[in-house]
Design a protein. Structure first.
Lengths: 160, 160
DNA sequence: GATAGTTGTAATATATCATATTACAACTAA
DNA sequence: TTAGTTGTAATATGATATATTACAACTATC
């Protein structure tokens, strides 16, 4: 099992909006092309990000705007916004009908639940510790490295 | 999405084996009754626990035995044994075709992967910190509380 | 050694869920 | 007015979790 890709899609969307906002307002079709999924998926995720108060959009008008500073948006916010894990159910699916007539069956839930929640929370805390400012920063860094490598390559070629 | 119930079923199985081992060897049918699932599911999970070196079984002969001490079996061992999360894929499903022609698309994976792994690992470390000795101990504790409550109830009744 | 009970596993069915896709109304910008 | 865009419902498709049936291999016991 895996946490659905809407989470990484959400991160991709916000990163792209942040990276391209000075050049262009990116629409759902462009984003879909960058992400490699259907535009309706992008619009769905953007809707969820809007409901979570992370972006703002206008029907008919192209592109979305961020409503928070990048360093105020954490990975956890996006994970939560797109409903990566059902709040009621939790990360771990417990078998649903342990037998109340068995001493183990009627107690296993009680005994395990807290520890499973702790594990889930540890994961979520980690997600809280990264902001989209970190992600965008690292993306820019990666782009810089790309162009440095390209320059180095060109220089190497010209030396031959 | 959720981590499948085979994980909690695995914990239930080992707890039951530990709790009942002095009284009875529990077979897959009994366990299925306690857990509330089909006996074949139980046998499948036991097979995976056996492959992980946690239990020992014998074809035709009833019941499974633990091959490790309870304090040497962690929740993580069971989580791993039943393949709760695919080792290749990881906990987070990344969208599969980010566009290499887009500056964000070709870098998002690199930028996110480490942080997602860190989050997954934080969850897994928490699972490592609980042993089956803890679980069995807590289960016995819960059973004690049950009988204390029962006694209290009986005493209350006799006073009326 | 014959019988009843058990495990191991393959094969299949079913239900649920993630993702893709089509379609279209509501809206904006030019 | 026209072309482009968003928001969302409806539906399709494929993957996966769990249930179930079936049976061969094996053990324990009478």
């Amino acid at each position: 099992m895996q946490i659905g890709s809407k989470f990484t899609i959400g991160v991709h969307i916000i990163t792209a909006i942040a990276c391209f906002r000075d050049m262009d307002r990116v629409n759902s079709e462009f984003l879909a092309g960058s992400i490699g999924v259907n535009p309706v998926i992008v619009r769905t995720v953007i809707s969820q990000l809007r409901e979570a108060g992370i972006v703002q959009t206008q029907r008919g008008s192209s592109g979305a705007e961020l409503t928070k500073r990048l360093d105020e948006i954490t990975l956890y916010d996006i994970y939560k916004a797109v409903g990566s894990v059902d709040a009621e159910e939790g990360l771990f699916h417990f078998h649903e009908q342990p037998n109340p007539d068995c001493p183990v069956g009627r107690n296993i839930h009680k005994v395990l639940d807290q520890r499973l929640m702790d594990a889930q929370r540890a994961m979520e805390e980690k997600l809280r510790s990264t902001t989209l400012a970190d992600i965008v920063e690292d993306t820019r860094q990666a782009l810089d490295n790309e162009s440095n490598e390209e320059t180095a390559l060109l220089q190497a070629e010209s030396r031959m």
